[in-house]
Design a protein around this ligand. Structure first.
Ligand SMILES: Cc1ncc(COP(=O)(O)O)c(C=O)c1O
Length: 397
């Protein structure tokens, strides 16, 4: 169930009929005082949960010093966050922006310029079925969901679309095509229904990109920043991309985006090629620096792996074999329960039962809780969610 549009905000979202007012850790409260456990983290954003006792004073301190300067000047916190991302990724340089689509937009521009620098006038980028990269005109064109493109044509060209996890399709789609400059995908498709790319496939694509001098560009906006138990999900396959857009969890809720680049892509942009007023502002940079510092101090990668495995094992124990449950997928704290029918109604039912979650790709229940989640909190989510799914499946046979 969604409520009528507000009279003054554009009607872009089918909102559920509650307003959340504040939170602490995994717990949030609505304006009526009802409490919920947060299995969604603002769609994989609130890495440290809500009102984290280490993050809150750091952000307050930063607001008291400076929120925004601008990129006419050096911003030491940008250097600090860039150095940290370089260290964690094994790449070399970062550019900062404000959201996931902006990070992807920058990546797409990098790929085109990479091509132009090599004399390719009509560069083409390989993208994937069921992918999601954002809602700007370029990132929408890269996205593999026809429904959300309706009404916004003509779509920007220069993309070649292939299915996930199929190296032969990728080779076939690009055979004898000198215009290809990059391959661009999410390690685990989020909006596409929590669909992982297999490690072997990631390695095969890395090799192909090396052989053909293409950029390997991995959108880690949703699956990155520790969510899977590694800093970046592709690290499970022990590869390093050439370009990596980040956003969501990087600022624990403060809007931020970043594109991290390796040696093949780091020097493509020169002054005047790209920029954004707010990108890399001191407040967002402080949020990024502190998020990573706290994640390291509190060993949240290990926590994501451990509690994620516990959550998944509990869901598998309770739901495997239940008629209507097709598959439980994902890694760490990015999990999807794929049902055999549309299940958007579960968002309202979960809300009524005191649980925040989302349904993606129509039929996949998605859990992306804060990385500070404990096993007891994971058990609480399971104890609410399992009966909801069982009842939903028996009521909608
Ligand atoms: C993988 C991926 N890329 C890009 C985006 C777009 O990010 P934003 O909504 O910050 O523009 C999203 C958002 O869900 C995403 O999941």
């Amino acid at each position: 169930m969604t409520t009528a549009a507000s009279p003054h905000t554009m009607n872009t979202y089918g909102r559920l009929p509650v307003a959340l007012s504040h939170g602490r850790g995994l717990r949030v409260w609505d304006t009526q005082g009802k409490s919920y456990i947060d299995g969604l983290a603002g769609i994989a954003v609130n890495t440290l949960g809500h009102a984290h006792p280490k993050l809150t004073p750091a952000l307050q301190d930063q607001i008291g010093k400076m929120i925004h300067s601008c990129n006419y000047y050096h911003i030491p916190l940008q250097e600090e966050l860039a150095a940290k991302l370089v260290e964690l990724s094994g790449m070399t340089n970062a550019f900062f922006c404000n959201s996931g689509l902006e990070a992807n937009e920058a990546a797409l521009k990098l790929a085109r310029k990479f091509g132009h620098n090599k004399g390719i006038e009509n560069p083409e980028i390989v993208v994937y079925e069921k992918s999601f990269h954002g809602r700007s005109l370029a990132t929408l064109a890269a996205t593999g969901n026809e429904k959300i493109k309706e009404g916004f044509g003509p779509m920007m060209g220069g993309f070649i679309r292939v299915p996930v996890n199929d190296i032969e399709s990728l080779k076939k789609a690009t055979v004898n095509n000198p215009n290809v400059v990059a391959v661009f995908f999410e390690t685990i498709q989020g909006e596409g229904g929590v669909q992982p790319m297999f490690a072997q496939y990631l390695q095969q694509v890395r090799q192909l990109c090396d052989e053909r001098d293409w950029l390997l560009m991995i959108d880690e906006v949703q699956c990155g920043m520790g969510r899977t138990g590694k800093w970046f999900a592709h690290q499970w396959a022990e590869i390093v991309p050439d370009v990596m857009p980040l956003a969501k969890g990087l600022g624990s809720g403060v809007p931020i985006g970043a594109v991290v680049a390796g040696p093949k892509a780091a020097a493509i942009f020169q002054p005047g090629n790209h920029g954004t007023t707010f990108g890399g502002n001191p407040l967002a940079m402080r949020a990024g620096v502190e998020t990573i510092r706290i994640m390291q101090e509190d060993d949240l990668l290990a926590n994501a792996a451990k509690v994620g495995a516990h959550l998944r094992a509990s869901l598998e124990r309770e739901l495997t074999g239940v008629k209507g449950v097709k598959e439980i997928r994902g890694q760490g704290l990015m999990l999807g329960i794929d049902l055999d029918r549309p299940c958007g109604a579960l968002m309202q039912k979960a809300l009524d039962a005191g649980l925040l979650l989302s349904v993606t790709a129509d039929s996949v229940v998605r859990l992306v809780p804060p990385l500070i989640i404990t096993e007891a909190e994971a058990d609480e989510i399971v104890s609410i969610l399992v009966p909801l799914i069982q009842n939903f499946l028996s009521e909608t046979v």
